[in-house]
Design a binder for this molecule. Structure first.
Ligand SMILES: *Cc1c(COP(=O)(O)O)cnc(C)c1O
Length: 425
């Protein structure tokens, strides 16, 4: 149940017909459901019930301030990977003590901003970063709380571009070297060791890689404690997958993921942090788009829609599948002739689906790309000078534009022409 359902033949977001949003805001537009966001957060809370824990929502999945405020109001912490995300979390009202700073390339300036603004913990990914962080913290008269991100050399069995837990990936410190690096960390004046961190990838559709990685962390912690480190937290990262093809995918449930956590790191007596992103927002959002033309090609028909790869890059970038559904409900007996669903951008990569069976749609019809709440709007660009796609948040029968579509003037105003280039005669 994700609150995008047909009522009276029209696809709704909660109680709002998507036709209403398309008329009010125009297309393309992202639409998110408050009820779904809330439910997904609570599902994790229930999965970890009884364990001392903090759910640090991964801001990079969807960083709209409204989404962050909603998550924060439900009790979430945040996992950020840049100064911009840190500032977003703070602007949404999340206290620094609930913000974890991850990422493989934090700059000294980012470290300073987070230390001065307040931070729960840095997840440190290399020795040079560790030394720099100690210097920055010392210069401010502070000690930076850290976990080292260990790389457990586990195959997450996901798309290569989002697998992060193998030794050949750029992330983390090889787990075999962890004790050595922890010893270095403990000797630094600006560092306070508090925990261990791991994140093996995104869109995982099996629990076994989590179980292997968490088990390696569970074995490491007693060794670190024996070395004299006060390990009070383990951060297990994010990565739980979602069903993109509703018809035939059933990734593990958060409850069962919680059971894996309980039996692997539960006995350590640490505070547990997880950093889910996709599972919370992915199926809480759709991208609403309108058909511009139907074009009958040679042996192929094309549905050219007003959303493009600049608005939703996942199909072009990760060969991702999104279920595509008409806003006007089709009847069970309708023919479903296959079409290629494409955007207007001048690249063949601007293809959302190939030979997708869909009811016959034509100019003006609305369609929704499902499961678009995560890694959708955040990855949007203005390629082909298409103004940044807007976002709408629905709650019951209300909706609000939580990011407006910029006007063409606003888009053009950001550029400037140096005076040494002459005017065009
Ligand atoms: C991307 C990322 C996450 C979130 O991953 P999801 O698959 O969206 O849950 C969490 N932690 C870190 C360090 C990440 O890079």
């Amino acid at each position: 149940m994700d609150h995008f359902t047909y009522r009276d033949g029209i696809l709704h977001a909660e109680d709002v017909p998507l036709t209403t949003i398309a008329e009010a805001v125009g297309t393309p537009v992202y639409v998110y459901s408050t009820a779904t966001l809330t439910r997904h957060f609570r599902v994790f809370e229930e999965a970890l019930a009884g364990l001392d824990h903090l759910i640090c929502y991964a801001v990079k999945a969807n960083s709209n301030l409204a989404v962050l405020r909603l998550m924060g109001s439900l009790g979430a912490g945040m996992d950020v990977v840049s100064e911009g995300e840190y500032r977003r979390a703070r602007a949404a009202g999340v206290p620094g003590e609930r913000i974890v700073f991850s990422g493989v390339g934090k700059t000294r300036e980012e470290m300073r901003v987070a230390l001065e603004g307040g931070i729960r913990q840095f997840n440190v990914e290399s020795e040079p970063e560790l030394f720099a962080l100690s210097e920055v913290a010392s210069s401010l008269g502070l000690r930076a709380p850290i976990a080292l991100r260990v790389n457990p050399d586990v195959d997450a069995k996901t798309h290569a571009k989002i697998a992060t837990g193998k030794s050949e990936n750029k992330f983390g410190i090889p787990i075999a070297r962890a004790r050595e690096v922890y010893a270095e960390a403990a000797a630094l004046p600006g560092i306070a060791v508090v925990g261990v961190d791991v994140h093996i990838g995104s869109q995982l559709t099996e629990l076994a890689p989590f179980e292997t990685a968490f088990t390696r962390v569970a074995e490491l912690v007693p060794a670190l404690r024996a070395d004299g480190h006060d390990i009070v937290r383990v951060d297990l990262g994010g990565g739980l997958g979602i069903p993109y093809r509703r018809a035939n995918e059933a990734p593990p449930l958060p409850f069962d993921y919680g059971e894996v956590i309980r039996r692997t790191v539960g006995p350590l007596g640490c505070e547990i942090e997880i950093e889910p992103g996709r599972l919370i927002v992915g199926n809480a959002g759709i991208l609403l788009t309108r058909v511009i033309w139907r074009k009958n090609g040679e042996g192929r028909d094309f549905l050219i829609v007003d959303a493009a790869m600049n608005d939703l890059v996942r199909p072009a970038m990760y060969d991702a599948w999104h279920d595509i559904v008409p806003v006007a409900e089709s009847s069970p007996g309708d023919e479903l002739p296959p079409v290629d669903v494409v955007g207007p951008v001048c690249e063949t990569g601007d293809t959302f689906a190939r030979e997708r069976p869909l009811p016959v749609l034509d100019s003006g019809d609305l369609v929704a790309f499902r499961s678009a709440g995560a890694y959708g709007a955040v990855m949007a660009s203005e390629y082909n000078s298409r103004p940044l796609v807007p976002e709408v948040l629905v709650r019951g029968d209300q909706f609000d534009v939580v990011r407006a579509r910029p006007s063409f003037d606003e888009m053009l105003k950001r550029d400037s022409i140096p005076s040494w280039i002459p005017e065009i005669p």
